[in-house]
Design a protein around this ligand. Sequence first.
Ligand code: NAD
Length: 414
Amino acid sequence: MAEKLNNYENTNRLFDKAADVIELDADIRKILKTPFREVKVELPVRMDDGHIEVFLGYRVQHNGARGPMKGGLRFHPEVDFDEVRSLASLMTWKTALVNVPFGGAKGGITCDPWQMSQRELEVLTRRFTSRMGLAWGLHRDIPAPDVNTNAQVMAWIMDQYSQRYGYTPGIVTGKPLGLGGSPGREAATGKGVSIATREAARDFDIDLKGARVAIQGFGNVGSYTGKFLHEMGAQIVAVSDASGGLFAGDGLPVTELFDHTYEHRTIEGFGQGEALSNEELITLDCDILIPAALGGVITQENANDVRAKMVVEAANSPITTIGDAILNDRGVIVVPDIFANAGGVTVSYFEWVQNIQAMTWEEDDVNQQLERIMVKAYRDVTDVMKQQSVPMRTAAFTIAIQRVADTEKMRGGF
Ligand code: NAD
């Protein structure tokens, strides 16, 4: 069977599988599979060498039945409508699953930020904000960080948006603390992934103490995931990023590696561990594999070679539909993205709540609420898994789809 589906078709396959389980009617299916609004903008930027480059920026607002649409912004050469559409729909299911009052959106700019200066990035971000601002809003659509965007990018967005619409810190989440960011937001996705891993490991008889963990991608999500799992007693035996990978059979010194990466934005130059390729990391002999970089890295080509007992999807869509079917058939536990990485949007919700109330929470309160929401979502998912005898991903999708479908029906208007 060839794997020819595009990203959005892949996501809709997962949607249909779960929609069949709850016997969702055809009309609601059509609504939930059609994005609410899609915007594409032209972004001319004068580059440092004097010429003008024209970039393209995208925002897909997938569904807003349950609240303002929410989702990150990705700066990457492979960003296109198909990828953004797929990621936007995952946000709809993610926010519904953890039951925060948001819908789903995603955006991005096709660019290579590693080849751009800070000034070029700032102009690009501000252009994007000026041209997308009409479609955003505190109660309409709220961006956040994703691949290659960070607190600084969110600060530029907040400033640019506020120049036109008045002081609006809540227009974006993942901001620096001094600009209305939330304590705990930077670490939140990784913290959520570590909670998801802990809960699933306990249920599937993997002792986290001493468990061998391999993490692909050591950016925001991967590095915090490694840090928290290390604190829980796991051994991080391999990590990788765009520059390549590192392996140490008795565990990498995660704290030092975290500090090195925080400073240099890459694991390159760390000077400890053996070299390992990104492909080798996926098939490494380990207990838990955590893809935390880009989508589509476990496919029909390598799913049979995955040796981990459990795969925790810290990245969005790291496993293709066929890759997923192969892992399921082989009995590999897959903890799905819409649950595993939902800690980020959960604390983004807390940040938005703090902004609209003009209040700041303590970090302990943020982390306690995050723990409560992740554990509740895990229990909801595993209850459905047992009742319906379906994989964890299908269980997670059924809960989310049912919630959004019910709200769509209540709101009506068609
Ligand atoms: P990031 O930009 O901070 O880090 C991305 C990491 O992936 C970097 O280490 C980079 O070097 C690595 N990478 C890039 N290309 C690679 C390649 N070809 N092979 C191996 N590694 C590669 O991004 P992030 O925010 O950590 O996001 C990572 C994933 O987590 C994405 O799939 C994103 O959608 C998802 N996610 C992020 C958040 C969030 O709050 N930031 C929330 C939910 C999900």
